[in-house]
Design a protein around this ligand. Structure first.
Ligand code: GAR
Length: 190
């Protein structure tokens, strides 16, 4: 059984879909939801699903405490779902090609430090792009630069604002993320 840790910082709608998907799976399980924001809704979502939650701060992430905790929980695969911090190089090396992220644009467009959530959609609109989408990729030491596993596109419509675009992007994420992670996990040997 592949043991997955989800790391998230916000609402956690993607984390919710992942937990639901793997609750019915014999091949992989969400063993833990880690979060760096004590007020984030994802903490409650994990609680409601009966998945252990783990709260930590930025220092604990940088100094290796989070890595130890995930190793203690025998995590095989780390899945970022709206996680806003950089994964330390030591963690990338400890889970080589075993950390997956989702980004709400068609990378390499509109990625990098500080580009998350609504800021990404605002950048897409400000650039006048006529399409946007999602990118699911492996995580390396730099923001949003690891190998791309999957992309899906959607139109940017006249009259869109960051909220309407975010809604379209979230629908794409929810439709694809669990399935892409499941396929990836199936290729691993836990
Ligand atoms: C998602 O749209 C995800 O792609 C994005 O944060 C949102 C989290 O939503 N991630 C990033 O911007 C990473 N740079 P959720 O909390 O409802 O899953």
């Amino acid at each position: 059984m592949i043991r997955i840790a989800i790391l998230a910082s916000g609402s956690g709608t993607n984390a919710q879909r992942l937990m639901e998907h793997f609750a019915g799976s014999g091949a992989a399980t969400v063993a833990l939801v880690g979060c760096d924001q004590p007020q984030a809704r994802v903490v409650q979502r994990a609680w409601d699903m009966g998945v252990p939650g783990y709260l930590f701060n930025g220092r604990q992430l940088r100094e290796g405490t989070v890595q130890l905790e995930l190793q203690r929980a025998r995590i095989d695969l780390i899945v970022l779902a709206g996680f806003m911090r950089l994964i330390p190089a030591e963690m990338v090396q400890a889970w080589p090609e075993r950390i997956i992220n989702i980004h709400p644009s068609l990378l390499p467009k509109h990625g990098g430090k500080g580009m998350y959530g609504h800021r990404v959609h605002e950048a897409v609109l400000a650039a006048g792009d006529t399409e946007s989408g999602i990118t699911i990729h492996l995580v390396n030491e730099r923001y949003d630069e690891g190998r791309v596993l999957f992309q899906a596109r959607c139109p940017v419509l006249p009259g869109d604002d960051a909220d309407t675009l975010a809604g379209r992007i979230h629908a794409l994420e929810h439709a694809h993320y669990p399935e892409v992670v499941a396929k990836f996990a199936a290729g691993l040997h836990g």
